[in-house]
Design a protein around this ligand. Structure first.
Ligand SMILES: *[C@@H]1O[C@H](CO)[C@@H](O)[C@H](O)[C@H]1NC(C)=O
Ligand SMILES: *[C@@H]1O[C@H](CO)[C@@H](O)[C@H](O)[C@H]1NC(C)=O
Ligand SMILES: [Zn+2]
Length: 309
């Protein structure tokens, strides 16, 4: 009679312990669930993982590639809400924007965009170019022929993600769209917090200083579990300069869970993954093209934000 009770305790502990392991979500900031523990999840140990360090010297000429075309990027009514997902800050988009171009097997429809960042004076981009990383990386997520994200995860070319580097720069010109977005970050400190957007900025406004006529292209994965190998990556090597103030808002405004728990949302990037089968191509538009920034590509509204008066 004296022995059954401890045995039950041990059984309970095993059961609870077991369910803890399976229920515990992946994370960025704890040894028990951080990126180094993801290898056992989904495809996280596959041969086409992202992000990677892009070695420019080894990139192959992308003769099968062409300039990207952007539809609806200038439309300020498309950004719908800004949310703290518990992993990053994400903007959900209304439908109406898309990309296409030589080298993409279909038209890809814009669904959302989000950011990965570091700490003060420590870069937080996911990709690196020749070992160099930047303050923040913007991921603009599109799905093939407007499929749902769930469908896209099961298709080897289900997503087209555009990766832009953002770099704090003393000489950066102030871009209203970035200031507006950065100010909204203070309104979503905790996991699940969300604010509605109503025409404050457009995707094109955020990209008004981006250089989009050179890019790297490779087949890779989502950079969060289950790391599905279903992404056609486009990484633009030229960083977008933003003010240090904007960078600081990303680093200081959010928590992974609650303010009370105090886990600041910082270093929410996956480290670069080994090169296995990922093959990187480089596309460069004719040097004679004088359209060096994207301002011409996103329509007249792209670089401007309506004044509030
Ligand atoms: C894309 O899918 C969304 C969600 O299912 C739908 O509301 C929208 O109308 C679709 N867009 C196009 C262009 O088919
Ligand atoms: C991709 O991820 C989802 C979960 O997000 C999973 O259900 C699905 O089976 C994965 N697809 C493949 C091809 O592994
Ligand atoms: Zn991402």
């Amino acid at each position: 009679m004296g022995t059954w009770k401890p045995a039950l305790h041990i059984l309970l502990l095993l059961l609870l312990g077991g369910s803890y392991v399976t229920c515990e979500e992946w994370c960025y900031d704890k040894p028990s669930c951080g990126p180094h523990t993801w290898y056992s999840l989904g495809q996280c140990s596959g041969a086409y993982q992202s992000p990677i360090n892009i070695e420019t010297r080894k990139a192959l000429p992308g003769t099968h590639l062409g300039p990207l075309n952007f539809i609806g990027y200038e439309n300020r009514m498309l950004p719908k809400s800004l949310t703290n997902t518990g992993h990053y800050a994400e903007v959900e988009m209304r439908s109406g924007a898309a990309i296409f171009g030589k080298g993409l097997p279909a038209t890809y429809y814009l669904k959302s965009f989000h950011f990965h960042w570091g700490k003060h004076n420590k870069p937080g981009s996911e990709h690196a170019v020749d070992g160099k990383r930047y303050d923040i990386e913007l991921h603009i997520v599109h799905t093939k022929n407007n499929m749902s994200s769930e469908e896209a995860r099961k298709d080897p070319e289900g997503f087209a993600v555009l990766g832009f580097f953002l770099q704090g720069d003393n000489g950066a010109s102030k871009i209203d769209a970035w200031k507006t977005l950065a100010d909204r970050l203070e309104l979503i400190p905790e996991k699940g917090d969300s604010v509605l957007l109503a025409g404050e900025f457009s995707m094109g406004g955020l990209l008004s200083k981006a250089v989009v006529n050179n890019y790297f292209r490779y087949r890779g994965s989502l950079t969060t579990p289950d790391c599905n190998e279903s992404v056609i990556w486009t990484v633009f090597p030229e960083p977008i300069s933003i003010t240090h103030k904007v960078v600081k808002k990303f680093i200081d405004s959010l928590y992974f869970t609650t303010k009370a728990e105090g886990r600041r949302m910082q270093d929410n990037f996956r480290p670069v993954q080994p090169i296995k089968k990922q093959k990187v191509f480089y596309f460069e538009e004719s040097k004679h093209s004088n359209d060096l920034t994207s301002s011409g590509r996103f329509g007249k509204q792209g670089g401007t934000v309506a004044s509030n008066h």
